[in-house]
Design a binder for this molecule. Sequence first.
Ligand code: ZN
Ligand code: ZN
Length: 414
Amino acid sequence: MRYTADLHVHSHYSRATSRALNLETLYQWATIKGIHIIGTGDFTHPKWFQELQEKLIPDGNGFFKLKNLPSQLMTAQAIDVRFCLSTEISCIYKDGNKVRKNHHLLYAPDFETVAKINDKLSTIGNLTADGRPILGMPARDLLEIVVSASDSAYLIPAHIWTPWFSVLGSKSGYNSIAACFKDLTSHIFAVETGLSSDPAMNRLVSALDQYTMMSNSDAHSAQNLGREANLFDTACTYDGMFEALKTQKGFLGTLEFFPQEGKYFMDGHRNCGVCFEPTTSQAHHGICPECKKPLTIGVLNRVVCLADREQPQPPSHAAGFEYIIPLPEIISEIKGMGVSSKAVQQQFTSIIGLFGNEFTFLRESPVEDIKQQLGPIYAEAISRLRNRQIIPEPGYDGVYGTIRVFQLGELKNK
Ligand SMILES: [Zn+2]
Ligand SMILES: [Zn+2]
């Protein structure tokens, strides 16, 4: 069966998340976006874990169903959304005389395994302070706890290139996956590429050839679900999904943010308004010309540093990927109004009603149908997106980039 999964999500117990981030709104927005399997996030948080146990029932295949389904937020095609038990851990520790900070996604097939993992982790740090707890333990030791809890519990390194908190990041990362996980490296089979990189960039680094490239939204609000997602054509079960991630059989690849839209794509300084391509920051010796302090080195630069290829060379068995732009952003560009404006929201709701869900509209609806229902401008926008004809303004040092499909002023004449 074909299905879509977004496996990195947070609850309202994580810092800087929407208060409305609960199972019901995740369910509602999964339907609107077109996502079948959604991570619960935050299973390490005692209160959230309790809520998961109260509100979810096992579906017998390693995923979970909501006991009481919420009403629809807007008219969308019905999807039988399932949850996958997941969390994210922030490890901060010293290794080789350097402070290391990296984030990891954990997955478990049942509540018992989660309880085992939580028991161990609660002896190491405070799990109640944050839905994404900070633990003073090496990532390698976290992996050991996960694999000893169950043969079906997994760890996948999160957003592996972001400068501050990732396995390969420029600020506190390693130069390889193996340097981080040491003797347990063979338990790592996939990596999350993060919003600021796409699979093509990752395929410049031959050391990553053996890993499946996974992509998720890392949503801190339900509206942001599915900014990135994974596509499968295999058994819709916990084991089926992870088997596909391990073997790449039945894994159809990912839906990707244009990496320029990610907030750590280029190098720069947010407060100084400095955004540099890797070659420009090299010419400045990595120093900000405004404040004379070291620049935040972004994902593109870091990939180029570790790359040993000029051109991406995906292994023959590797899955492909498709780019998407969140639909509210496309509507916002066409209307010339803010993403959260009423007019944009209304148009979004009406498009979901007409086409079933966001992914179907962005990826599959025939351009002719879009033209008939919404007019030539929407048809043109979607065909440009599908042909990757976009105008990016790259993100840097925590500032999101923007992706436009029309030239400035182009819409005035239409
Ligand atoms: Zn993270
Ligand atoms: Zn500066």
